[in-house]
Design a protein around this ligand. Structure first.
Ligand SMILES: Nc1ncnc2c1ncn2[C@@H]1O[C@H](COP(=O)(O)OP(=O)(O)OP(=O)(O)O)[C@@H](O)[C@H]1O
Length: 489
């Protein structure tokens, strides 16, 4: 009976009166905002998925592409109460049929979906300030946990893929974790704590004015678990990995572009850095740092591809690499970890190793006794306490002197993994043989491995401490000299 205009006006009036007397206010969060997808809608859906999975009776269930987890959702027109800091809010999932479209540039779904958030008027400012931010954060955590890790590598010859992206990706399914990694448990704990401190340290980095990034240098002989450590780090933090092949990068600007296209919460890896870029050019023949060391010197003298005798034909300079790790561009994006690996730390330029670039130097050593116990547990399923005391003692005696890598030891264990006793016996024989060979050839010079390793680490630290300040003063002197020369000219 009512004409549509009158009907519309009376509904509007009714709502106004209703809202005046109601103690609630409502917010509509639609799936599509105009023509764009509403980020908040997706975030709310993910956020609610954790609470509805426990309380809901009828749920929608989805699994996104590249995701290893299921997402629970509120069924159509269902509602749920959520509590945030003692405040109750009501979420309703509203689904209505969309009117048939006459014409549209972009076809929209037949259904119009959205969430309605009902909160008490008195809680409005509190909820709007912190609850929605909290939802966005939780949603991105859930998304990251559900999503498969990705392993990116830079395209050959710097070419772009069909989407104009310089990185190609594959799902990252490396099973290495800190549990499977054989290394000294104290060292392992220290690394894990450092990683957690970094991942939870947003406010600290903000407060101290530091870019939210951290550098790790993994060094040690081949087969000691450097790559496994990177995989364990990625699995531990849930980060993607960008495996940067430096020999495929032509120049510094290409390097910078690659950096700009990496995402937050990622680990950028350069493996065997000493083979990717020639870092020895800065040193004199006797190993001391050249007096003429300066950025311009790096630029002109140090070229990539010379480290392992291969000519890569690319023009990345050390200066470019230093800028990559801690220049202004390294701060585009946040929460990034740089990991460099090398078998020859002595070949690396001290400038690359200083704190701020490589904050933590991790020495991946030959297999020690605590690491051996982890391998025995992982490969044979036997705890150290299950083995006879005498066998353990024998193993402990030879393992340090044998200087075998965890990779070598795991090969011996894999062969006999079904027969525990035979595996332990063969392992002992192999370790003994190696230890004898080492002693005969005088590799150890009367010291045990741990002492040698500690000494190596100590030497490296001393070299760094003495070189860093010297270098900076040298660089300053050089700059001054250059300026004076320019003035005279
Ligand atoms: N510390 C370790 N803990 C457990 N497994 C290890 C460890 N080190 C090596 N391995 C085993 O040996 C194999 C090779 O190790 P990995 O590639 O991580 O060594 P790497 O130090 O990176 O060697 P390279 O320097 O040659 O790249 C791995 O697949 C893993 O199974």
């Amino acid at each position: 009976v009512f004409p549509p205009e009158l009907r519309f006006a009376s509904v509007k009036l009714f709502y106004r009166i209703f809202h005046c007397f109601s103690s609630y206010c409502y917010f509509d969060i639609t799936e599509i905002d105009g023509v764009n997808t509403n980020e908040l809608y997706n975030a709310v859906q993910l956020y609610l998925s954790s609470s509805v999975s426990i309380t809901g009776n009828r749920l929608s269930l989805t699994r996104a592409v590249n995701s290893s987890g299921f997402t629970f959702g509120l069924a159509n027109n269902d509602s749920i109460v959520d509590t945030f800091n003692g405040v109750n809010v009501l979420w309703e999932h509203v689904v209505t049929q969309r009117q048939a479209q006459t014409f549209s540039w972009r076809p929209l779904p037949d259904e119009k979906r959205g969430f309605t958030l009902r909160i008490k008027k008195k809680d409005k400012s509190f909820i709007l300030n912190s609850y929605l931010d909290y939802i966005m954060e939780r949603a991105s955590d859930i998304r990251r946990n559900n999503q498969d890790r990705l392993l990116y590598t830079n395209s050959r010859g710097g070419s772009l893929d069909s989407r104009g992206h310089p990185w190609e990706s594959v799902p990252f399914k490396h099973p290495s974790t800190f549990d499977t990694l054989a290394m000294d448990p104290h060292k392992k704990k220290e690394i894990m704590e450092d990683l957690l401190d970094f991942a939870n340290g947003q406010s600290f980095y903000h407060k101290t004015g530091r870019a939210w990034k951290r550098g790790y240098l993994l060094y040690g002989p081949p087969g000691t678990g450097k790559s496994s450590m990177i995989a364990a780090m990625a699995n531990f933090l849930g980060y993607d990995i960008y495996d940067l092949e430096l020999t495929e990068v032509h120049n510094n600007s290409e390097l910078r572009k690659l950096l700009m296209k990496t995402s937050s919460k990622s680990i950028i890896v350069i493996e065997d850095i000493d083979c990717s870029i020639n870092l020895t050019g800065r040193k004199n023949n006797n190993g001391s740092v050249s007096v003429s060391a300066s950025r311009s010197y790096y630029d002109s003298e140090i070229r990539a591809g010379g480290g392992c005798g291969e000519e890569g034909g690319n023009n990345i300079t050390l200066s470019g690499l230093l800028n990559f790790t801690d220049g202004l561009w390294s701060c585009c994006g946040s929460e990034r970890i740089f990991v460099f690996t090398t078998n020859h730390i002595e070949k690396l330029d001290p400038a690359l190793l200083r704190s701020g670039r490589m904050d933590m130097h991790i020495f991946m050593s030959y297999c020690s006794f605590p690491a051996l116990k982890i391998l025995l547990k992982n490969y044979l399923g036997c705890e150290a306490c299950e083995l006879e005391e005498s066998i353990l003692k024998q193993l402990e005696e030879v393992v340090d002197v044998a200087r075998m890598t965890p990779a070598d030891i795991s090969e011996v264990l894999i062969k006999n993994r079904r027969k525990k006793e035979k595996a332990v016996e063969e392992l002992f024989e192999t370790l003994k043989l190696r230890a004898e060979m080492n002693e005969k050839s005088g590799v150890l010079r009367g010291k045990n491995v741990v002492e040698e390793e500690e000494e190596e680490e100590e030497q490296e630290k001393r070299a760094l401490d003495s070189e860093s300040p010297k270098q900076e003063s040298e660089i300053e002197d050089n700059c001054k000299e250059e300026e004076e020369e320019k003035k005279i000219k």
